[in-house]
Design a protein around this ligand. Structure first.
Ligand code: PXP
Length: 245
């Protein structure tokens, strides 16, 4: 039986990082999103952080009106962010943990540890007809906790797999992602994955049949500096498609 295609969400935060480093009006993540979509991106992903270090509310507002595919908003499960999501209505909200001093989202959301706040947020967003996903470490316990909390979808954190240098460590981390993805699908949850994926490490993850979507940012924007954004998106999509053959 042919495998289902795997979707690519492109995270355009880094385009905004360059803009914010000089407080100019360019490069614009809105323009980047349009180019990504023309190159075959299935979703645009942005993280509106509490410290607004890259994506601004202006970007979110405009992208909501211009994105032709799906808009996935990564955000912390705070009252302020829920208010913004409720007003703007992205297609999906991915709940992520956030710490001010981190360079990027370091770990998954601990659903086993902080149930009530997240449960409330999930209900509010689902009532507003926003699809909800939770970014969790690839652990069966976290997947089960998501299911118990009525979170319909998980995004599995691939950072440890991507950081592993030894083959045996990488194989172990990949096996954790496979187990978590299978557990999620068995429970009827949607499954995405992301963080740290690049042109060298994406294929084994894209080959996991239970995973429906990958969200990738840093490696695409980094490659775009040399080959252009259109080509960078197309190259990654081609690797993902090849993995599903
Ligand atoms: N998915 C989530 C939930 C993230 O927080 C990030 C980083 O913003 C990504 C995917 C993309 O990670 P990377 O930039 O390493 O590809």
């Amino acid at each position: 039986m042919p495998q289902r295609p795997i979707l690519l969400g492109v995270n355009v935060d880094h385009v905004a990082t360059i803009r914010q480093s000089r407080k100019t009006s360019y490069p614009d993540p809105v323009a980047a999103a349009a180019i990504c979509e023309l190159a075959g991106a299935d979703q645009i992903t942005i993280h509106l952080r509490e410290d607004r270090r890259h994506i601004q509310e202006r970007d979110l507002q405009i992208l909501r009106r211009t994105v032709q595919t799906r808009l996935n908003l990564e955000m912390a499960a705070t009252a302020d962010m829920v208010k913004i999501a409720y007003e703007v209505k992205p297609d999906t909200v991915t709940l992520v943990p956030e710490r001010r001093e981190e360079l990027t989202t370091e770990g998954g959301l601990d659903l086993v540890g902080q149930r009530d706040q997240v449960r409330k947020v999930v209900k509010t967003l689902r009532d507003a007809e926003i699809a909800v996903s939770a970014f969790v470490d690839p652990e069966v316990e976290q997947v089960r906790a998501a299911h118990r909390m009525d979170v319909p979808r998980v995004e599995l954190h691939t950072g440890r797999y991507c950081d592993a240098r030894l083959e045996k460590d990488r194989a172990r981390e990949l096996a954790r992602i496979v187990d978590a993805a299978k557990a999620a699908q068995k429970l009827g949850l949607g499954v995405a994955a992301g963080h740290g994926l690049d042109y060298e490490n994406v294929v084994p993850v894209a080959a996991i049949a239970e995973i429906e979507e990958l969200n990738v940012g840093h490696s695409i924007v980094a490659r775009a500096i040399f080959v252009g954004l259109d080509r960078a998106v197309r190259d990654l999509k081609a690797l993902m498609a090849e993995a599903r053959r």
